[in-house]
Each structure stands twice: as structure tokens, then as C-alpha cells.
Design a protein around this ligand. Structure first.
Ligand code: FAD
Length: 475
């Protein structure tokens, strides 16, 4: 093998786990290559993985566009702003989303160049002896090798046999980012984070949206008080969320989708223009390693790793959506940095208890730490403070007073154990709570911290005061 084909580290997968790992390895002076197979709509290589190409970024671009539209349509009356002749140009909105994606994915190519990461476009497969076979999209095969290998191939949508995706009428999350016009009637199978976000985009633009969720509990990972408020708000917006609804069959004919589902009240049939299947994601392990170079998977199909993210093969690591833990871009990136540092000989740690979660609907939902129901079922005695945005001067000025901040602290030690926010800018406000939990802050620490007035962040301060029943702006 020539020197050009031999690396210190080869990363397979160029998403937020893989590309960040590759950059950090290169920063540490390791000769690094990254192999990624993603090809965009124009058949060009595009780094950034699911997150940048078909996940976090494009969905947030569409949420932002649809939020502007909705505001102009309904949301600015009390500001005295009246708009007539409002129209949505869906192809322009989609192009804006595509332009944002290509600026960001192009930025990663630039970062690779600046950091001297060698980029290979093709499908990577782990062979024995820490070699990686790369198959290009013209089926050319080459082999590179490394002392350490990082698997970061992410995840893909789960298919369900009752609703086969054709990406025309029945689409997955990627298809739902590329409709050429607003569907009149849109169905979403799965009322989880992605289903709610994508359903919200098209609902804001005028679709009648029905979400069919097989589980009985709405957003089970979310604090129950916040989930109940979210459900109430979504219903008000016209999202028709059917719980305990199990899809038995979805067929398409003449550009219409017929969906059969059953729930507690019996069997039902609905007719839709488009159906999004959004029932979760599974790790991309198919054909990732040769039979002579096996890697152990856990019972759910994720790659098994130890506390330094090492797989069943020495010096072969795995990160991101491929392994246990929340399927989130920032979790993948943290693991990418950590593994690079492990390879370099350091002993990094990740605090998995303090990973923020966000649902970018309107209102946004964000939380960090434990929920009240979880803490109570674990027998931990807690004290709770809540503060409604309706009592916030800034929220009033914004014209968006939906939601609240809820802080849960240990009854004895006062340590903050969970912070839950539903409301405008929750995705930004949660950062303060993340820092508080990372530093094991007490409610008193947060109560003693001066917050600028008037800001939405004052609701965090007031919720901290409310934990000890001394909030100033609620009766
Ligand atoms: P990925 O981003 O999936 O990247 C893996 C890369 O590896 C891909 O480019 C893939 O093509 C490539 N690959 C796969 N197999 C091979 C192979 N054999 N050889 C070479 N390359 C290969 N998370 C958030 O934190 N915030 C959000 O707002 C958010 N929104 C989302 C919205 C949607 C619609 C979706 C679908 C996901 C969203 N996520 C969000 C989840 C987030 O995208 C993932 O958690 C994150 O991308 C995982 O990063 P990763 O690096 O593990 O894998």
C-alpha cells in the first residue's frame, strides 16, 4: 500500500459525527481521511450527512419559511400589521432551503481542505486488517488503510410494509422536504419529533394535516405537563393528532393515497394527497463490514461500543446514530470530538445526562435532564417551579405568550434535575439550563443570576424563584 493510501485515521461517514471527528483528528495532527457516499439532487458529493443534507438544516429552513408565512397570514394582527394578497411560492421556498444546504455542505468541504482532511466520495466498507474498501458511484473500487477507523454512517428512515415509500405520494422525511406544492390533505404516520416538525411546516402553509400515531401516549419522552400543553397548542393550530391509530394499509392510485387504520373506535379509511412515513430511524450497518471483519451489534441493531466508543474490534470506533443514545446531531458531534481525542491518547468524557433535546414546532419544546414523571417513578423527592410566558413582558411585546418554563430540583439538595420549556425561542433558552445542569447548579444559583430585562430568559429566572415559591411576577 502506498503512503498516499495509508492514514492514521479513516472515518466512514461525513455527517455531524464523522466530519467533526475528521476535523478534530486533523487538528490533533493525525493524517485523516473521510469516506462519504452521500449524493445530492444534482448527483454531486455533498458532505454533512443526514443533518445538513436532509435533516436538521433543511427542516429548520422550511420551518422558518413556513413560520414567516404563518405570521403574515394570522400572527401580526395585534401589531396592527395587515397583509393582503399573501401567497406562498413553494418552489422558491424549496430553492432557498437547497441554497442554505449547499452553502453549509460546501463549507464542510472548505473545512476539510483547510484542515488537510482527505475526502473520498464513495461507499466505505470495513475489511480485515483495518483496511477500508471504497466503491465510487461509477463502481470503481480502491482500498485505503489506517491505524484507527471511526464508523459514523448514521441512520436511515425505518420502512413499514403497510405503507411502502415511493417518494412520490408516500414519502419519507427526505421526500417531505421536497414537495413542489402544498398538499391539500397530508397524512403523517408517526407523531414523533420529525413527524410533528414536518407536519407543522405543511400545516402552516395550508395543508389539512392528520397525524396517525400508534402509541397511546403523546410524546412519551417529554415531561407530561409540557406534552399536554403541546398537544393542546397543536390541536388549536389544526393538527389532527390521532393517538392509538395503527395504519394497516396505504395504497396510492391516481395521485391519491388511501390509508386504512384502526384505533379503539374501529377501522377507518382516509383519502390524502400525500403521506409522510415518519416512524423512526435505524442505524446504517448494512454491508458496512466484510464477513471476515465482523462488528458486534446490540439487540436493536446498533453497533455495540464500550466506554471509549470502541467496537468489538480494537481501534475501530463507532459514533452518532450508529450507536446507543439519542439520535441527535450534537450528540454525534460530541462523540466525534471525543473519539478523535481517545485516538490521540487523551481521556475525554461525555456527560450523557446533560444533552439538550429540542422539537422545533410552534411553540418550540426544549428540555434537558429528567422529567417529573421519571424522577417520581425513581422515588426522588422533588420541588417544582413553573413560570408562564403570559407573565413575561418580553413575550407580551413579542405577541407570543404561549407556554411556560418548568424547573424541577432535588427537594433536599436544591440541585436542578430537569428544565422543560415550551414557548417561543425554547431552543435558544435551553442553553442556559444546559449550562446550569453541566455545572450541577442549584435552583438558588439560577435565582441569584441576573437576567437582562425584558427578555424571555427572565422566565427561567422566575421559574427558579418559583421553585421556592418566591416568583415575583405571578400571583
Ligand atoms: P448522519 O448524519 O446520518 O451521516 C452519516 C453519513 O454517512 C451520511 O452522509 C451517509 O450517506 C453516509 N454513509 C452511510 N453509509 C455509508 C458508507 N457505507 N460509506 C460511506 N458513507 C456512508 N438532530 C438534531 O440534533 N437536531 C435537529 O433539528 C434534527 N432534525 C432532524 C430532521 C430530520 C428530518 C431528520 C431526518 C433528522 C434530524 N435530526 C436532528 C437527526 C440528525 O440528523 C442525526 O442525529 C445526525 O445526522 C446523526 O449524525 P451521524 O453523523 O451519526 O450520521
Amino acid at each position: 500500500m502506498s503512503l498516499d493510501n495509508k492514514f492514521d485515521v479513516v472515518v466512514i461517514g461525513g455527517g455531524p459525527g464523522g466530519y467533526v471527528a475528521a476535523i478534530r483528528c486533523a487538528q490533533l495532527g493525525l493524517k485523516t481521511a473521510c469516506v462519504d457516499e452521500f449524493t445530492d439532487k444534482n448527483n454531486k458529493a455533498s458532505l454533512g450527512g443526514t443533518c445538513l443534507n436532509v435533516g436538521c438544516i433543511p427542516s429548520k429552513a422550511l420551518l422558518e419559511s413556513s413560520h414567516h408565512y404563518e405570521q403574515l397570514n394570522h400572527g401580526l394582527d395585534e401589531h396592527g400589521i395587515k397583509v393582503t394578497g399573501l401567497k406562498i411560492d413553494v418552489p422558491t421556498m424549496i430553492k432557498n432551503k437547497d441554497d442554505i444546504v449547499s452553502r453549509l455542505t460546501g463549507g464542510i468541504s472548505g473545512l476539510f481542505k483547510a484542515n488537510k482532511v482527505t475526502s473520498f466520495h464513495g461507499r466505505g466498507k470495513l475489511l480485515a486488517g483495518k483496511q477500508v474498501e471504497i466503491t465510487s458511484n461509477t463502481d470503481d473500487v480502491s482500498v485505503i488503510s489506517a491505524d484507527s477507523i471511526i464508523l459514523a454512517t448514521g441512520s436511515r428512515p425505518i420502512d413499514i410494509p403497510s405503507a411502502p415509500v415511493d417518494n412520490i405520494n408516500i414519502v419519507d422525511s427526505t421526500g417531505a422536504l421536497n414537495f413542489d406544492k402544498t398538499p391539500k390533505k397530508l397524512g403523517v404516520i408517526g407523531a414523533g419529533v420529525i413527524g410533528l416538525e414536518l407536519g407543522s411546516v405543511w400545516n402552516r402553509l395550508g395543508s389539512d394535516v392528520v397525524l396517525l400515531e400508534a402509541q397511546d401516549e403523546f410524546l412519551p419522552a417529554v415531561d407530561t405537563k409540557i406534552a399536554a400543553e403541546a398537544k393542546r397548542q397543536f390541536k388549536k393550530q389544526g393538527l389532527d393528532i390521532k393517538m392509538g391509530a395503527r395504519v394497516t394499509k396505504a395504497t396510492t392510485k391516481a395521485k391519491k393515497v388511501t390509508v386504512n387504520y384502526e384505533d379503539a373506535s374501529g377501522e377507518h379509511t382516509i383519502e390524502l394527497d400525500k403521506l409522510i412515513v415518519s416512524v423512526g430511524r435505524r442505524p446504517n450497518t448494512d454491508n458496512l463490514f466484510a464477513p471476515e471483519s465482523p462488528i458486534e451489534l446490540d439487540e436493536r441493531g446498533f453497533i455495540e461500543v464500550d466506554e471509549i466508543w470502541q467496537t468489538s474490534q480494537p481501534c475501530v470506533y463507532a459514533i452518532g446514530d450508529l450507536i446507543r443514545g439519542p439520535m441527535l446531531a450534537h450528540k454525534a458531534s460530541e462523540e466525534g470530538v471525543a473519539v478523535a481525542e481517545v485516538i490521540y491518547g487523551e481521556e475525554p468524557e461525555i456527560n450523557y445526562d446533560v444533552i439538550p433535546n429540542v422539537i422545533y414546532t410552534g411553540p418550540e419544546i426544549a428540555w434537558v435532564g429528567q422529567t417529573e414523571q421519571h424522577l417520581k417513578s425513581a422515588g426522588i423527592k422533588v420541588k417544582i417551579g413553573t413560570f408562564p410566558f403570559a407573565a413575561s413582558g418580553r413575550a407580551q411585546a413579542l405577541g407570543d405568550t404561549t407556554g411556560m418554563v418548568k424547573i424541577i430540583s432535588d427537594e433536599e439538595t436544591d440541585q436542578i434535575l430537569g428544565v422543560h420549556i415550551i414557548g417561543a425561542q425554547a431552543s435558544e433558552l435551553i442553553a442556559e439550563a444546559v449550562l446550569a445542569l453541566e455545572y450541577s447548579a442549584s435552583t438558588e444559583d439560577l435565582a441569584l443570576t441576573i437576567h437582562a430585562h425584558p427578555t424571555l430568559s427572565e422566565a427561567l429566572h422566575e421559574a427558579a424563584l418559583a421553585v421556592d415559591k418566591r416568583a415575583l411576577h405571578i400571583p
